[in-house]
Ligand binder design. Structure first.
Ligand code: PLP
Length: 354
């Protein structure tokens, strides 16, 4: 097969999604999904009548969903683009804002999709190490002339930087685009969305996959100045004009409009995160301060691989990255209280007698 591959495709290291094994029922804490079902309004929106309309293309402008996002964030519809997951919005941004003469900078420890996109599009990458304590210091990006991608809160650390740091970065160079990936912002972080009114070089990217319980619906969005959104639409209409399917357009709008459900789910996750952090620290784990729906934690007695394998054998899946700087650590999604209790019980068994 290899001889059919283009040079560019051969050079890729594709993004590796978290495992979704089918061999048994796991307590699944490895892909940062929500443990809760979507808002009941989502179910109500997906009527039989809407299924019957699947013979028709979806609205390429994603009007209903875009309007719901615009209303929620207090921006104009021209400042919003919807995507097939926020990964698609990120991909559009890599295509629209990076290329010949415009490189890209991102952290050494961050969402690995950025590295995959950089390889896919053959971009020049500057990889900026996080500090020793895993903090991201925006001063490290001040003089970079190309497009900057930041996850805030970052993954897999869960650590957030204040919006004031991002404004410093935007002020430092108004001629480059800064993309802030806010996949986890709803769990205690601070969104940059309002800043898009002031900075025409800021693109904020968010997803329905985590805080809105719609990972399987594949819905994301970008918020930015109308000029940035128009640039993303140039790419979208060259790649996949009907990028969000009819059912997901409806599901997304219904989820966005159910603010009460959103608030109650994200509140429970934050409570469970605090509970889990305490419980892990009590059994000897170091846990980074997280503003996300996961924690990044390290045992004082077992290696990351040992914890990962021991938990998997006991029916609990967490994410382990066998990579420099990361292999002692585990990224553990925050689920329901019952799921977190099972995690802590299984860890207790694993540590017994070590
Ligand atoms: C989960 C995640 C996304 C996107 O997920 P989609 O399901 O494609 O919306 C984007 N960025 C980060 C940092 C993520 O963890």
């Amino acid at each position: 097969m290899r001889e059919f591959l283009s040079k560019e495709a051969a050079a890729l290291s594709p993004y590796t999604p978290g495992e979704q094994p089918l061999d048994r029922q796991y307590v699944k804490l490895n892909t940062n999904e929500s443990p809760f079902p979507p808002s009941p309004n989502v179910l109500a929106a997906l009527t039989e009548d809407e299924f019957r309309k699947l013979n028709l293309y979806s609205d390429p402008t994603c009007r209903g969903l875009v309007n719901a996002v615009a209303a929620r964030y207090g921006v104009a519809p021209e400042s919003v683009i919807a995507g097939n997951g926020s990964d698609e919005i990120l991909a559009f941004a890599f295509r629209a804002f990076c290329g010949t003469g415009i490189g890209v900078a991102y952290a050494d420890i961050t969402y690995s999709f950025y590295q995959a996109q950089t390889a896919l599009f053959g971009l020049d990458a500057t990889v900026v190490p996080l500090r020793g304590d895993f903090s991201l210091c925006v001063d490290d990006y001040m003089n970079f002339p190309g497009t900057v991608f930041l996850a805030n809160p970052n993954a897999p650390t869960g650590m957030a930087i204040p919006v004031s740091d991002i404004t410093r970065l935007l002020d430092a160079n108004p001629d480059r685009v800064v993309v802030v990936d806010e996949a986890y912002v709803d769990f205690g972080g601070e969104t940059c969305a309002p800043l898009t009114a002031r900075y025409n070089n800021l693109l904020v990217v968010q997803t329905f996959s985590k805080s809105r319980s719609l990972a399987g619906g594949r819905i994301g969005f970008g918020i930015g100045a109308a000029g940035l959104i128009a640039a993303l639409n140039r790419v979208k209409y060259s790649f996949n004009p009907y990028n969000v399917n009819r059912l997901s357009l409806l599901a997304g709008a219904a989820a966005m409009e159910d603010e009460d459900y959103f608030r109650s789910c994200t509140k429970v996750i934050q409570e469970n995160r605090a509970w889990t952090t305490d419980a892990l620290r009590n059994i000897g784990f170091t846990v980074l301060p997280s503003k996300a729906n996961f924690v990044f934690a390290k045992s004082d007695r077992l290696s990351g691989g040992e914890v990962y394998r021991g938990l998997k054998a006991r029916g609990v899946l967490v994410r382990w990255f066998d990579a420099p700087r990361l292999r002692d650590w585990l990224r553990i999604s925050i689920g329901s209280r019952e799921q977190m209790q099972i995690l802590v019980d299984r860890l207790g068994e694993l540590l017994e007698g070590v």
